[in-house]
Design a binder for this molecule. Structure first.
Ligand SMILES: [Zn+2]
Length: 299
């Protein structure tokens, strides 16, 4: 994914330079100063737009990881606490990259703070920790709501939505659910993990529970396992909660939450599901979480 986007970016640069260079040449050659000035202006504007994102990211990645953000990870993210120093550095860079590329906005009265931003980024970083070559596909807005909301985005008693992802649009999250997802990291429910799993699924343009953009090798066991797992969910024989039975996209998102939050239980009860997700995410959280052994296996 990173190579593909770098190639696309490089191609855009080359094509842009050729097009603008051609216009400049024609302007000079035919002694048309207006055409030359116009072409030069177009080239300048295009360069500013094209380079803005990579330069902003480069600037952000040069900054040391903020100590305040590190404290939030240490206090609230068990996955991070279980990493060694080298892996913590990698995790922090993924958090830093996500915060640099995604724009956050508090809506319906939410005042954004570092905790909400860092927890969202931590959920995103967990999913790509075992795949350092992956990059989240597009810059999106993250809209943080105070609590549950309904289909009309109204916050209130009728709402039952904790999070949502729009096609190529924003990621919506309930602040309350986001905090709760990280205050209990062993109940298999984490809205940040759930919605970012949808983002990865949708990277190929389709929300079907098959994240093709991760590559055929990574997803093969998962694709094979989806149908039998869906059958188990429908018959209430799966460790996944019933919401996984909504459709294949929700199956993937709910399975992702359980994989990261209840690895021991999944490894014990549904080893094939566990192995499929371990290959997909390039990670074995059941072995990493040795500092809190078996907490998730208790129920
Ligand atoms: Zn969902």
């Amino acid at each position: 994914m990173r190579r593909a986007s770098a190639l696309l970016f490089g191609t855009q640069i080359v094509l842009g330079l050729i097009a603008a260079g051609g216009l400049v040449y024609v302007g000079v050659e035919r002694e048309r100063p207006m055409l030359f000035a116009f072409a030069a202006a177009v080239l300048a504007v295009w360069l500013v737009i094209a380079l803005r994102r990579p330069l902003r990211l480069r600037r952000a990645m040069r900054q040391p990881f903020p100590e305040d953000h590190r404290r939030i990870l240490e206090h609230r993210v068990q996955f991070y606490r279980n990493l060694d120093d080298e892996q913590r550095t990698r995790f922090e860079r993924n958090v830093q990259r996500f915060l640099a590329e995604y724009r956050f906005q508090g809506v319906a009265g939410v005042t954004l703070d570092d905790t909400l931003r860092v927890l969202t980024a931590a959920g995103a970083a967990m999913l790509v920790h075992g795949r350092p070559e992956w990059r989240y596909p597009a810059v999106r807005d993250v809209l943080i709501y105070p609590d549950r909301f309904d289909d009309s985005y109204e916050v209130g008693a009728k709402g039952d939505v904790l999070g949502m992802v729009h096609g190529q649009g924003p990621v919506l999250l309930s602040a309350k659910a986001l905090r709760r997802g990280f205050s209990n990291e062993n109940d298999g429910m984490n809205v940040a993990l759930h919605e970012m799993a949808h983002v990865i699924d949708m990277a190929d343009g389709i929300a079907d529970g098959v994240p093709d953009s991760l590559g055929a090798y990574a997803i093969a066991p998962w694709v094979e396992h989806m149908r039998p797992e869906m059958t188990r969910v429908k018959k209430h024989r799966s460790m996944l909660r019933d919401y996984a039975g909504t459709n294949s996209a929700e199956l993937f998102a709910v399975a992702t939450e359980a994989f990261f939050e209840r690895p021991h239980k999944m490894k014990h009860k549904e080893p094939e599901l566990y192995e499929a997700l371990a290959q997909l995410y390039g990670l074995d959280p059941g072995s990493m979480c040795v500092r809190d052994p078996g907490r998730d296996a208790a129920d």
